[in-house]
Design a protein around this ligand. Structure first.
Ligand code: GDP
Length: 489
């Protein structure tokens, strides 16, 4: 029946084309099945292979996750300091044994979100159950993504103070690699309780060799527990590793869809955050003909800067994103004549940029006759990452930026990457100013909707030599806003 078809397609739509599974309690996380209705269409659709691998991975999380027998015994081995001296009876080796990736994200919420998306893809590629350190507020602002299995690391996890681990610890991947050839390193890995990989954007050459590891070498044996610290998006580096090439191609026939699809699979705001998002959307954005997002992130301090306001105005004018204003009062429009309305959603820690732009369009009429309304949900003044209410607003604003039609972001900002990435929007990126001057040009349209990787490897896994990693494959290129960064296009 027609009704049946409508319900079926509504159902399919709410599951984001098969990305999500039915079966979660709807009320406990309203955003999960409702976010689809706040979007016109999906910018990218999941491949059949991605859907299949997600279902397999969910089963793995259920089999290995907290509360299971597998988890209990794996955690017990970590506690008992049990080591395999001969390096042959590693439990990680037996078929079906559980392997884990414990992610230690840090810095701001944008950094955290990019780290989780990257770690999840790595976990999927290497059949590891992903568990998140609880030090961040991720668990307060996001719902659980896996049906029937928690992704939060249990409080009882034997290794404490994960945030303090560095590449200097004896368990580090850095030391593993430095301990000799492949055979020696694999044996060394099997004698350790866990392997810790430091992928801070400032990590070393040896840490970054992790990106060339194919799990058949250092990490296969004796590394049922892999602990990882990272603050950013490392997916582009996975695309440079020959070991994952074929599988990544099957998962993502369109290379620019990775963050968008993973984000829609993983990141469902909790009900409180969803309330912030939907109420703001319904009150200020929904009824406009056109929505522009402007994300202002200033790395030079929290005081207002004229050169940054100039940059925003130069960019939006040059790219025809905001209308010009006229000095003369225009002739009165026919009463009741419909004008186009444009809503501008601004985000930033300061309200000064927003006040200035709002005043511009209040003070003067637009040359196009459009009615421009300017909004900013919050102005927190200072970054206070880790405080739940602060992080709730940050997530709501990233999400709202993704609900606009076009978006201008600040270069170098992971907050901005998440905003445009969630929205499936290719941004206009404002270059990071140097010496307190407005850059020329002020901004540029990006090549894709993907986030930029800030600390990429400079090493070719195939030739085992240093290389310009932005030139190895056509779909991994240098970023617009950071010349050494890498992004998928
Ligand atoms: P990045 O530093 O720009 O790469 O982004 P992060 O999200 O990692 O860290 C910046 C943090 O500062 C955010 O998570 C927020 O806590 C705060 N912040 C920065 N810009 C904004 C903003 O526009 N709105 C809100 N609510 N918070 C912001």
């Amino acid at each position: 029946s027609t009704r049946g078809t409508i319900t079926q397609s509504t159902h399919f739509r709410s599951l984001l084309g098969g990305l999500l599974v039915p079966g979660f309690d709807e009320r406990s996380c309203l955003s999960r099945y409702h976010s689809a209705f706040y979007r016109k269409t999906m910018a990218r659709t999941p491949s059949a292979h991605l859907i299949k691998r997600l279902r397999e991975h969910e089963a793995l999380q259920r089999r290995c996750g907290p509360g299971t027998e597998a988890y209990r015994s794996a955690a017990a081995r970590l506690r008992s300091d049990h080591r395999n001296n001969n390096g042959t009876d590693g439990d990680g080796d037996s078929p079906g044994a559980c392997k884990y990736l414990v992610l230690v994200p840090y810095r701001g919420l944008g950094n955290n979100i990019l780290a989780v998306a990257s770690a999840f893809l790595y976990a999927l590629l290497t059949d590891r159950a992903l568990l998140l350190d609880r030090e961040t507020s991720l668990g307060d602002v996001l719902c659980e993504p896996f049906l029937g299995a928690s992704w939060l690391l249990p409080q009882s996890f034997p290794i404490k103070n994960l945030q303090n681990l560095t590449g200097e610890v004896p368990e580090s991947y850095r030391h593993l690699v430095q301990s000799g050839g492949d055979g020696a390193a694999a044996a060394a890995a099997s004698r350790r309780r866990y392997v810790f990989v430091d992928l801070d954007h400032s990590c070393t050459y040896h840490d970054k060799l992790f990106f060339c590891d194919d799990e058949r070498r250092f990490l296969r044996r004796g590394a049922p527990w892999l602990l990882m610290r990272t603050d950013g998006y490392f997916v582009p580096a996975l695309f440079l590793n020959p070991a994952y090439e074929g599988e990544l191609h099957r998962l993502f026939p369109r290379k620019d869809a990775v963050f968008y699809l993973l984000a829609h699979y993983l990141f469902h705001p909790t009900n409180k955050v969803w309330g912030l998002i939907t109420r703001f959307h319904d009150a200020y954005l929904k009824n406009s003909d056109d929505r522009l997002g402007i994300q202002v992130r200033v790395f030079d301090g929290d005081t207002p800067f004229q050169h940054i306001l100039d940059q925003i105005l130069a960019c939006t004018s040059q790219e025809n994103l905001l209308p010009e204003v006229v000095t003369q009062e225009p002739a009165p429009a026919a009463a009741g004549g419909a004008r186009r309305s444009k809503a501008v959603l601004m985000t930033g820690l300061s309200s000064w940029y927003y006040e200035s732009i709002r005043w511009k369009y209040w003070q003067s009429a637009t040359a196009t006759g459009e009615a421009v309304s300017v909004y900013q949900p919050s102005h927190e003044e200072h970054q206070l990452s880790g405080y739940t209410t602060h992080d709730m607003k940050a997530l709501a604003e990233m999400y709202l930026l993704g609900m606009t039609d076009r978006i201008v972001t600040s270069g170098w900002s992971t907050f901005g990457y998440v905003g445009h990435g969630l929205g499936g929007l290719t941004p206009w990126i404002m270059f990071r100013p140097e010496n307190h001057t407005t850059p020329s040009p002020p901004c540029r349209r990006a090549k894709s909707m993907e986030p930029c990787m800030h600390g990429p490897p400079f090493y070719d896994c195939r030739t085992k030599h240093g290389a310009d990693t932005g030139k190895l494959v056509p779909h991994v290129q240098h970023c617009e806003d950071m010349s050494w960064g890498l992004k998928l296009v």
